[in-house]
Design a protein around this ligand. Structure first.
Ligand code: AMP
Length: 278
């Protein structure tokens, strides 16, 4: 595996890859969730590029950019073991050189849910992914359903800007107790780590009610809120029962599918989770 930091080197190395080329964009501090994307990509592509870039443009001013966990040596050894050809770790100066002023804004789908709570977040995501796609020109790019709205924003962008790339989404990988794997789980102390299972417990409770025939969107949201409130260390930022394609909040009876999602603070750590119902 070659580790590359410069755009020009990346383009050269990309040319040497043949057959379908896959890209897995990440912010590093890799866990089994990331590796599940890498393994899917490895099966489907003959050339595999993983990028690691903690993208400042997708962090708000009061968010955790400076504390975000970083461990490049460990990430390198994990990726080498998966048979990745190229690890691309662009520097901040390469991505956003002085004078940078071009941004990609995907409008409607970026506004609700995460977009409402993290203004500017999806503009940062869309811009960096556009740059990654332009540089790598992959045949396939891989995203996790853990960040379902992110994958939807990128899908919209790729369609609107005519990217000839197939966007593959992969299921959420969870720890043994149901907590969705996340680099941010590293922030949790032992007590918070236990409390953090409340996100998946809330989704499971709502799923049980749904399976028993509950279809009222407001009741499903209430089940999420009440379950999260039962955990003293957890604080709801938002819960949502939304249309899985428009992300508009559903009112009245759910007929067809619904996307239940949430952001919850456990101590100071912000965690997200989601599940499709129906
Ligand atoms: P991140 O490094 O957090 O930006 O994540 C990089 C990619 O890995 C994104 O497409 C995430 O959705 C995906 N990902 C993160 N956690 C998980 C997980 N637990 N299961 C599946 N995919 C994940």
């Amino acid at each position: 595996m070659r580790t590359i930091t410069r755009f020009d080197q990346l383009r050269e190395a990309r040319k040497a890859l043949s057959g379908p080329v896959g890209l897995v964009p990440t912010m590093g501090s890799l866990h089994e969730g990331h590796l599940s994307l890498v393994r899917t990509a490895r099966r489907e592509c003959s050339g595999l590029i993983v990028s690691i870039f903690v993208n400042p443009a997708q962090f708000g001013p009061s968010e955790d950019l400076s504390q975000y966990p970083r461990d490049l040596l460990k990430d390198q050894s994990l990726l080498a073991r998966e048979g990745v050809e190229i690890l691309w770790t662009p520097t901040r100066e390469q991505m956003y050189p002085p004078g940078f002023q071009t941004w990609v804004e995907v409008r409607e789908i970026s506004r609700p849910l995460e977009g409402r709570w993290r203004p500017g977040h999806f503009q940062g995501v869309a811009t960096v992914v556009a740059k990654l796609l332009n540089a790598v020109q992959p045949d396939k790019v891989y995203f996790g359903e853990k960040d379902r709205q992110q994958a939807m924003v990128i899908r919209r962008m790729a369609e609107d800007l005519n990217y000839a790339v197939e966007i593959v989404t992969c299921p959420i990988l969870r720890d043994w107790d149901g907590l969705a794997l996340s680099s941010r789980n590293a922030y949790l102390d032992a007590e918070e780590r236990k409390a953090a299972t409340v996100l998946n417990r809330a989704l499971s409770k709502a799923a049980q009610a749904f399976d028993k025939g509950e279809r009222e969107a407001s009741t499903l949201r209430r089940i999420l809120i009440e379950t999260i409130h039962s955990e003293p260390l957890a604080r709801v930022e938002y819960v949502s029962c939304a249309h899985p394609e428009t992300l508009g909040e559903l009112e009245g009876e759910v007929n067809g599918q619904a996307l239940l999602s949430m952001a919850v603070r456990v101590g100071k750590t912000r965690l997200i989770d989601n599940r499709i119902f129906g």
